[in-house]
Design a protein around this ligand. Structure first.
Ligand SMILES: [Zn+2]
Ligand SMILES: [Zn+2]
Length: 480
């Protein structure tokens, strides 16, 4: 009985947190002999390992305490004492207390310290090692946060911003212009009332560890790791990235854009072309998107609205519509491209514009899936209240934004609009304004099939045509 009780306690500890399959497991017992000693638990890291997550459970009855750390085959890689029961390390990021960097293959050791074990202690422990390697993502799953909101809904976010890890700046305590700490940028996003942000520093992943550290504090806003892949022929945000992606197009490892697209997809991210309406060449080096060999199947989204470019000739909407007219399926999104969290309202402050995504939950996988699915609109002024949802109906078939409708002779397109006081709803068919109607909570356009073939969308504008809400397309399939 004396031996059974701790075992039962351990069993209780193990559910349900241990649903994830471990790659390696070590079990044992802390006894009185371990009191004030260090103990090493070996584990093996195979070649090609990208992430390691370690989880410890042990019987804490009778004041047994186990401190936790880790050594790679050559050196110290981190220590969390008694404060954590799990940690993760990869080349780009690690749990606070741990050191990111290369994960050499070979024999690693989980390092225990035992500050206390009573003479008669028999405390079972279990160390689980989870690895990301190839397409297996056990380590990422074992350290994944629960969704910030598990219910489906509209979530408002900013997909584009910079901080000290690239060219973001703000004022220091004494008023000097300094590289702006990541905390300030994230804090400004939280204060702006956003549900999610993607922090997208140029070509680097050095902010990923910071985001991992900040997320538990910012438990009301989802922090999505991203990189602005910044090339000589254009910029594109890799959103939801798990590792660095080589941006050096034209070097042997990265012959073309397709290679970047493949690497981004393999790293679990989506690619969104940024500010395609900006000029290229000496006017704005690498700003517009000019790569000739873009495989549009590898692109998920277009930043139709970058900062304050909407309603100007620099808007990306024309570029986006052109790709839609060419038959590509691309979700239109917005990004503030914020480089200073103290920017005044109206000057590309964080959350202006806001991308509003209908997602199954507020988590990185769900937001990425929502952007892919395309039930998304852009709130140009970054309000927290405006909503635009669009549904097309023909007979018994119906489709929401991002979906496909194969209509009969006629179809109705209904936009549900909230939060806009005055203006009009504009129906776009294949990139041009087809109809407009006065604003109402629900506005319905009636169309002939011929006018709708290709794609349709609804935007909300002011009375004089300035965009307020930009809807995403419903694809209309006609013929075979
Ligand atoms: Zn850019
Ligand atoms: Zn940028």
């Amino acid at each position: 009985m004396l031996r059974l009780l701790p075992a039962l306690a351990l069993l209780l500890l193990q559910t349900p947190a241990h649903a994830q399959q471990a790659d390696q497991v070590a079990t044992g017992e802390i006894t009185g002999a371990d009191h004030e000693t260090y103990k090493q638990i070996p584990f093996d890291v195979p070649e090609g390992t990208e992430r390691i997550t370690v989880r410890l459970t042990y019987d804490k009855a009778n004041k047994t305490v186990v401190d936790l750390g880790v050594f790679d085959p050559q050196r110290f890689r981190g220590w969390s004492g008694g404060t954590r029961d799990r940690f993760t390390l990869s080349a780009s990021d690690a749990s606070p207390g741990y050191l990111p960097g290369a994960l050499p293959a070979g024999r690693w050791h989980v390092q225990f310290g035992v500050p206390n074990a009573r003479k008669d202690a028999h405390s079972p422990y279990r160390v689980e090692i989870f690895l990301d390697r190839g397409t297996v993502r056990n380590a990422s799953a074992a350290i994944a946060d629960a969704p910030i909101n598990a219910a489906p809904g509209w979530f408002r976010g900013d997909l584009h911003m910079h901080d000290a890890h690239s060219d973001g700046s703000c004022k220091s305590k004494t008023g000097k212009k300094i590289p702006c700490p990541l905390f300030r940028t994230v804090d400004a996003a939280a204060n702006a009332g956003l549900d999610f942000v993607a922090v997208t520093d140029h070509n680097t992943v050095s902010h990923f560890g910071g985001l991992r550290e900040l997320q538990p504090y910012f438990d009301n806003i989802l922090l999505i790791p991203g990189t602005e892949v910044t090339t000589f022929g254009g910029h594109a945000n890799a959103i939801g990235l798990t590792r660095w992606v080589d941006f050096r197009i034209g070097t042997p490892g990265v012959p073309n854009v397709a290679a970047v697209e493949k690497a981004v997809a393999e790293a679990g991210a989506i690619l969104s072309i940024n500010h395609p309406g900006l000029p290229s060449g000496e006017a704005c080096m690498g700003c517009g998107w000019v790569w000739p060999d873009t495989d549009w199947n590898g692109i998920t989204a277009i930043e139709a609205i970058n900062a304050n470019t909407v309603n100007t000739p620099l808007s990306g909407i024309g570029f986006w519509y052109k790709q839609l007219n060419a038959g590509h399926r691309l979700t239109g999104v917005g990004g503030s491209d914020n480089h200073n969290p103290d920017a005044e309202a109206g000057r590309a402050g964080i959350g202006r514009p806001t991308t509003v995504v209908h997602a199954e939950a507020l988590s990185t996988p769900a937001i990425l899936a929502g952007i892919r699915a395309g039930r998304v609109f852009v709130d140009v002024e970054g309000t927290r209240t405006r909503v635009l949802d669009v549904e097309a109906v023909s007979g018994r078939t119906r489709a929401l934004m991002g979906e496909t409708l194969a209509p009969g002779a006629k179809l109705d397109v209904t936009a549900t609009i909230a939060g806009v006081d005055a203006g009009k709803a504009v129906l776009i068919a294949n990139g041009t304004e087809a109809q407009s109607l006065p604003l109402a909570p629900a506005v319905t356009f009636h169309l002939d099939r011929k006018a709708a073939c290709g794609w349709i969308a609804v935007n909300v504008t002011t009375q004089d045509g300035k965009l307020l809400l930009v809807g995403n397309p419903i694809y209309v399939r006609c013929g075979r």
